[in-house]
Write a protein of this length. Sequence first.
Length: 160
Amino acid sequence: MAHLIKSAFRATSRALQDRLAKHSVQYGHWTLLRVLWQTDGITQRQLSTQAGVTEPSTFAALQRMEQLGYLTRAKVPGNQKQNRVFLTAKGAALRTLSVSAAEDINAAALARISPEDIAAARRTLITMIENLEAGQRESVAGGRRAPSPTLAERAAARHD
């Protein structure tokens, strides 16, 4: 099952990367933009958490995205360590074409699959995620690993 999920992820990611590249949008940037379209003005750390991306990767991507004119970063008054990230008009304008590309890829991936099978697949994947996250919480509680945000926590933070 894990191999099939990984293969499906790679195929959809590759298709989306190709589609986004036609509009000069990098896949890694799209991941961060998706969060910013929902919660503009969050801190870099919050953005990393919500996107499920490491902080160093987020920092590097934000530097490039700022050079491209997609966003600006500003220090929080009274806290010189904390940067907030704000979309520019150019970054916000990428939403329409990027979301459209993602919707097209989803439609292509789900073509010829019945609504019932799609619903069953969603239920199954959600249950698998919950099962694995429960195991992660048990490992953290037992002191075997450091806590990290779960998919459900990241989704809740994104409000989707």
